[in-house]
Design a binder for this molecule. Structure first.
Ligand SMILES: [Zn+2]
Ligand SMILES: [Zn+2]
Length: 272
């Protein structure tokens, strides 16, 4: 199915430590691909803010995106944003950052548990790692993130599964986490935050979006309305990747619109 309103609200420029291409090049590519809107959401890891010089990243990214936005005016909606990692580990600093920067969209993420490494780097073949307990702890932090007021959309709700299931083939019974996931979804709905469909996993061994269709359907059942979608592209090639698949999934779950954020305010645009 071809969709006319392809948007991508989760992408990384070379201002992210793992990004590769400039905002300008990304905009040119997004425009050539026919995207309607793109948000640049470079990583700002709030639990390593000073150690990782993320203040500089934030400012560089913001101005690069502003430049690109003015260059593509009338051709592409360009949103400035940030992917705040672990903001609830330092709420005071996160609140301050959020109130100083004039972002269009703020993505809330958790990539690591307090004082632990990113799930991306963990070796789940190591039997001393109780990944069930880590997942429980992870979802408890996701709930705290959902309760925080400083973000707009909750990114890749099932992030650790990319690695636990996708890369290490470990069994996970999601029934064990159904209750806390419900709580997270209900909190998002109550606080009028979006749930992100992150299509990055479609390009990875796990082969599915985060969250997957079962969780998206549950979100709808519970009364969820606000959805964003993002490729999590770190290269121009991946801009908009999997958004069509995400749209098809959203339609199957009963959603008919997707949110685009400007000045931290969602506008719902029809998927079809
Ligand atoms: Zn992320
Ligand atoms: Zn990301």
């Amino acid at each position: 199915m071809a969709f006319k309103n392809i948007v991508d609200l989760h992408t990384h420029t070379d201002n992210s430590f793992d990004g590769n291409h400039s905002a300008m090049f990304l905009c040119e590519t997004a425009y050539m691909k026919g995207l309607r809107a793109v948000a640049f959401t470079d990583h700002i890891e709030m639990d390593a803010f000073f150690k990782g010089s993320f203040e500089k990243t934030a400012i560089h990214s913001f101005f690069e995106v502003a430049k690109a936005r003015s260059a593509f005016k009338g051709r592409l909606i360009v949103c400035s944003g940030a992917e705040l990692g672990q903001p609830v580990y330092n709420k005071e600093l996160s609140d301050k950052l959020v109130s100083t920067m004039k972002y269009d969209i703020i993505i809330g993420s958790i990539h690591n548990l307090p004082d632990k490494e990113d799930f991306y780097y963990m070796n789940f073949d190591d039997e001393s790692i109780d990944y069930h307990a880590l997942l429980q702890e992870y979802f408890e932090w996701e709930l705290k993130l959902a309760q925080w007021d400083g973000f707009d959309t909750l990114a890749h709700l099932t992030y650790p599964l990319r690695y636990i299931i996708g890369n290490y083939n470990k069994p996970v019974d999601m029934k064990n986490y159904a209750e806390i996931i419900d709580e997270i979804l209900i909190t998002l709905i109550k606080n009028e935050k979006s749930l992100e469909i992150n299509t990055g996993g479609l390009r990875q061994p796990i082969g599915e979006t985060s969250p997957n269709e079962a969780i998206l359907r549950r979100y709808k059942e519970l009364g969820g309305k606000l959805l964003t979608i993002g490729s999590d592209a770190h290269f121009v090639e991946h801009l908009g990747a999997g958004v069509d698949k995400g749209y098809e999934m959203a339609l199957r779950c009963g959603f008919d619109s997707i949110a685009v954020y400007q000045n931290r305010t969602p506008t719902l645009i029809p998927i079809e």
